[in-house]
Write a new protein. Sequence first.
Length: 122
Amino acid sequence: MYIRKTDFEKAQQAKAIIEKEYFRHFTYKDLACLVGTNATKLQVTFKIITQKNLYEYHSLVRIEKAMYLLENTDLKVETIATKVGLDRTNLNKQFKKVQGVSPSTWREEQERKARSLYVKSA
């Protein structure tokens, strides 16, 4: 499918905004206003370049940020949820959908893996 260069650039800009400001709530209309296009064009182009709709892509970015915080900080899951723009219930739901386990379980698994690597290398 052919995508106009300007539409591609606008979708890339919208993608970058989501990645930078993942903690905010966005609609196609919000992003379209921010990048200077219309929501319908953005919706179609965004889906083509990311293979995901806005909600799916935004959720994945938030989960990636949550994973980083779970692995690299001692913050509570509830605090991490707030930092990525979700409440704990939604973080749990979205995290399980992507990772197959809760954020707490995922963190414990990462800690176990890190300990076993440390023991093997010592």
